[in-house]
Structures are given as C-alpha cells and as structure tokens.
Design a protein around this ligand. Structure first.
Ligand SMILES: Cc1cc2nc3c(=O)[nH]c(=O)nc-3n(C[C@H](O)[C@H](O)[C@H](O)COP(=O)(O)OP(=O)(O)OC[C@H]3O[C@@H](n4cnc5c(N)ncnc54)[C@H](O)[C@@H]3O)c2cc1C
Length: 492
C-alpha cells in the first residue's frame, strides 16, 4: 500500500492543512470548492467513475437531458450562486412554464396556486381538485380546537387533523412525494415543511397560519423565478464545480472509494481508499448515510448507528423521446399523481415544455419523463426496464391521450436515491452532529441532514467547511510556529 502525505506543509507553503473530502456528489464538491477558497489543500475521493452523484447529465435521441435531478430551488441562494461562481451564469434558465397539473379523480386538473406544500389558505384555493365534501371539511379548521404538535409531527397526520384527509391524499402527498418519494403520514413536518411547523405552533387555525405565511411572502416581494435549470442540464453543475476545484489546485480521484477512516495517534486522520492511504488534517464525509455509517463505525460508533438507521426511498426515472410532428400534449410542465388515485407512475415531466433548452436541442423531438417508486414500494422497481416503459406509456396514454411509439426510451434507476425525513429527523441529525463534533477535524454533509434539495445540500457542505475552518486555523497557528509539528510530522 502506498502512503501519501499530500498535505505536507513544506510542499504547500502558505496553503496549510490538507482536507480530504469523501464523496463527489454536489455536497462534497461544494465543500471542496469552499475549502479551497480558504487556501486549504483539498483531495476529493469518489467511489464512482464520475462525479455528481444524483446529478447526472445524459442524452436521448440526440437531445441532452437530465437523468437525475433537473431543477434547483432559486428562492434560496446557494445553488444559483454556486452555478454563477463556476461560470454557468449564462446558462441558467428558468422553466419555460410555471403551470402544472394534478392527475386526480379521472382527469388532469390545473395545480392550484396559493398553497404551502398543498396546504391552502382558503378552501376556495383547492376548488377543482377536491370533492365538495373535501372542500367543506377544510372550512371546519377555523372552529376546531388547537392541534398540539409537540416536538415534531407527521405532516399528513397534522394536516388531516386540521383540514381532512382529502387535502393530504390529493395534494400534500403528491407534492411531498415529488421531493422525498416518501409517505406524508410519516414525513416530519418540522424538517420537511418548517414554515408549516412554525405556523402550527403559533396558530390554532392552520389556514390562518398559511394566510400569514402568504402575506409575509407577498410583503417580502420575493421576485424572480422560484426554480432554475441549467442549459445542458443541472447535471452539468457538478462537472463545472469539479472543473473549478481542479483549476484551483484541488485533486479529485474518481474510482477511489474510501474504505476506512481512522484518527491518527499523533492527531489528524488516516483514510484508506483501495490501494492508497492518505493522511489529512481534516475530513469531510459527504457520502449517503449507509456509506457514512460504515466509515464512522470505528471512530464514532454512536454517529454510525444513527446514520445506519436513516431510511432511503428508491425510484426510477423513465425518459421517453417522441417524434414531435402530429403530437399534442396538454399545456404545462407536467403532472403529479396522488397515490390514492391508484396509478403506477407518480409524476410526469414534459421536459420539452418545461425547459426551453431541451425544446431547442431538436425541435422535432419531444422529451417526457415519468417517475415510479416510493418509499416502501418495492414491487414496481423489481420489474425490468421494458415493463417500466410499458407502465409509463400506459399511464401517459390514460392521462394525456399520448399513444405514439417512442423514438427512444431510457430507464435510470436510483436505488436508495432519497433519504427519508421521518418524525424526529431533526433530533437524529442533532445527535449525529454532536457525536461528530467530538472528533476534531471531522465534518459531515449531504442530503441526509438538513434537506434533500440541491441548495440545502450545498448549504450543509458550506456549514461543514466552516466548521473545519476553526480546526484548520489551529493548524495554521501551529504552522506559524515551526517548533510544533503537524499531525505526526515527518516520517509518514
Ligand atoms: C431521481 C432524483 C431526482 C431528484 N431531483 C431533484 C431536483 O430536481 N432538484 C433538487 O434540488 N433535488 C433533487 N433530488 C435530490 C438531490 O439531487 C440529492 O439530494 C443531492 O444531489 C444529493 O447530493 P449529495 O452530494 O448529498 O449525495 P450524492 O449525490 O449521493 O453524492 C454522494 C457521492 O458519494 C459517493 N460515495 C459513496 N460512498 C463512497 C465512498 N465510500 N468513498 C467515496 N465516495 C463515495 C457516491 O458515489 C456519490 O457520488 C433528486 C434526487 C433523485 C434521486
């Protein structure tokens, strides 16, 4: 086994401290990017033969598409700002249409506006989607006594108690499912929809709380698109961040899974990765929870046990390309499907409608995608690719009338793609962070902590980098005084 002291002080001059980042998904890459900005030396280890994790650019029928995540929330700054920093400013593109539908009660119905994750400020806001009884049930919210939420509560449980199950089943569930591929009756309101949790703590009536959220948003006059894409795909973001990391002297080693993480006797960290052994002053663990649990089990068995308990949902995306001529598709960016309606697909994105750049790639080709698979739903994902294409075509035909033969199809499986945030998730994350904080020079980040969306993953990466900055300052102070040696000094 080779042993590399990549962060040797004498070789790096003022660039003191070597940080190894494990995982080159968007979180690991964003952490590396931030750390390089503070002149630490950075090595990123990635198990796969490519960077990006759940962000994956691809192609179908000669048209570039995203085969993983495809859209970034722009109402928080991190993702769009990072894209700009790495030179993608000119390629940022908002969706071409903001209208979408919900396939429920036998028809595609316009997605209501004026709700917070499906929870309306008034019953009227959901007219057209809910039955008359469902709408009438919402009105009772104003008269019901307060529903206690305690330290956390499942979104579905609380909203159903206030407004009735129909709001949950037809709206909250498919909207939350679009983000977490999870179950609204298990997902934590505190972690997944914190504005609603806050409203539930301060208001007896949920609709009143939602109206206040909406009034504040209107007063804040948040302008600009809510979401943003990138020409060529959101999947090009990690490639650009990786390019920037390398251009600034960072090293990214793909096909290099970290297999062991140990504290060195003299301080610092020893990372085994296949044939290599690396020594680092600090480590960022930016891999999904099961992999993080394996890496931390020796040095922090408590954090490892908490991480091993994080559950994941698997899903598959079916991308279909059609010859556009003669095809008619409903307006808008696509539709969501409430599980209660008993269909197989859970959503469809009309990619050529939603993204101008996809439409322009080849005006003769129309690209759609569907998604299948939710937390706990294992049967559907055991079917082969051809069967997933068949169910997608069947449901698309039922929903939109689209009956043409596709030019090309692609199935992308995301096994354990999305961490679940059940009730109590925030407390689990706090415990993990507490255990991790006991080990100097260790930080964690990624989708399983503070949010699964791209901006939240980047924010967790920046927090990890900031946390290590304190440790690295100590190292810089030591470096200024050559009497002391850095983590083991010579001889490694
Ligand atoms: C199908 C799908 C669609 C999505 N759509 C959207 C969307 O439109 N918008 C949005 O904001 N979010 C979306 N998300 C969520 C978002 O994409 C992810 O939560 C986010 O990209 C996760 O980033 P990450 O860096 O935390 O983890 P990952 O992307 O999982 O990256 C972790 C990396 O660590 C590597 N790794 C694992 N073990 C090791 C090891 N031992 N050593 C070295 N490397 C290792 C992995 O190979 C991987 O590259 C979607 C997720 C999925 C699955």
């Amino acid at each position: 086994m080779g042993s590399e002291r990549v962060g040797d002080m004498s070789a790096t001059g003022s660039r003191t401290g070597h940080v190894v980042v494990i995982g080159a998904g968007i979180a690991g890459l964003a952490a590396a990017h931030r750390l390089l900005g503070r002149s630490a030396r950075v090595t990123v280890l990635e198990a796969a033969d490519r960077v990006g994790g759940k962000l994956l650019p691809g192609e179908i029928a000669g048209v570039r598409v995203d085969l993983g995540a495809e859209s970034m929330l722009a109402r928080r700054p991190e993702a769009v700002a990072l894209a700009r920093e790495v030179g993608l400013d000119g390629r940022l593109q908002p969706p071409a249409t903001a209208s979408a539908s919900i396939w429920t009660r036998g028809a595609l119905r316009p997605m209501p506006k004026g709700h917070v994750m499906g929870v309306p400020g008034t019953a009227a806001a959901l007219a057209g989607v809910l039955s008359e009884e469902g709408l009438a049930r919402i009105e009772r919210d104003a008269d019901l006594p307060r529903t206690e939420v305690g330290d956390d509560v499942a979104v579905g449980e609380y909203v159903a108690a206030r407004l009735g199950r129909e709001v949950v089943d037809r709206l909250v569930e498919p909207l939350l499912g679009g983000v977490y591929a999870g179950d609204a009756y298990r997902i934590s309101m505190r972690s997944a929809v914190p504005q609603l949790f806050q409203a539930a703590r301060t208001h007896a009536s949920l609709t009143e709380g939602v109206r206040e959220i909406q009034a504040k948003a209107a007063a804040g006059q948040q302008t600009g698109p809510v979401f943003m894409g990138i020409e060529g795909g959101v999947g090009t973001l990690p490639l650009a961040v990786a390019g920037s990391v390398r251009a600034r002297g960072g090293e990214i080693l793909t096909g290099t899974p970290a297999t062991e993480l140990r504290v060195e006797a003299a301080g610092g960290w020893r990372i085994a990765a296949g044939e290599r052994v690396l020594h680092a002053d600090a480590v960022v663990v930016a891999v999904p929870a099961p992999a993080a649990a394996r890496l931390l089990r020796e040095e922090s068995p408590q954090a490892a046990a908490e991480l091993a308990a994080v559950e994941y949902a698997s899903m598959a995306l079916v991308t279909l390309a059609y010859r556009r001529r003669g095809l008619t598709l409903p307006e808008g960016s696509g539709f969501l499907v409430p599980p209660v309606d008993g269909r197989t697909i859970k959503a469809s994105t009309f990619a050529s409608h939603k993204w101008g750049w996809i439409a322009e790639e080849d005006p003769d080709v129309l690209v759609l995608r569907t998604s299948v698979g939710r937390h706990g739903e294992t049967e559907i994902l055991q079917r082969d690719d051809a069967a997933l294409v068949d169910v997608s075509r069947h449901d698309l035909r039922e929903a939109t009338g689209l009956d043409a033969e596709p030019l090309a199809t692609r199935v992308t499986r995301w096994t354990d793609g999305l961490p679940q945030y059940p009730v109590g998730h925030h407390a689990r994350v706090a415990r993990i962070r507490e255990h991790v904080a006991r080990l100097p020079g260790l930080a964690v980040c990624g989708a399983q902590y503070d949010g699964v969306g791209i901006p939240a993953c980047i924010a967790s990466a920046y927090a990890a980098a900031d946390q290590l900055d304190g440790d690295l300052s100590g190292i810089r102070a030591l470096a200024a005084n050559p009497v002391h040696s850095l983590h083991g000094g010579a001889g490694e």
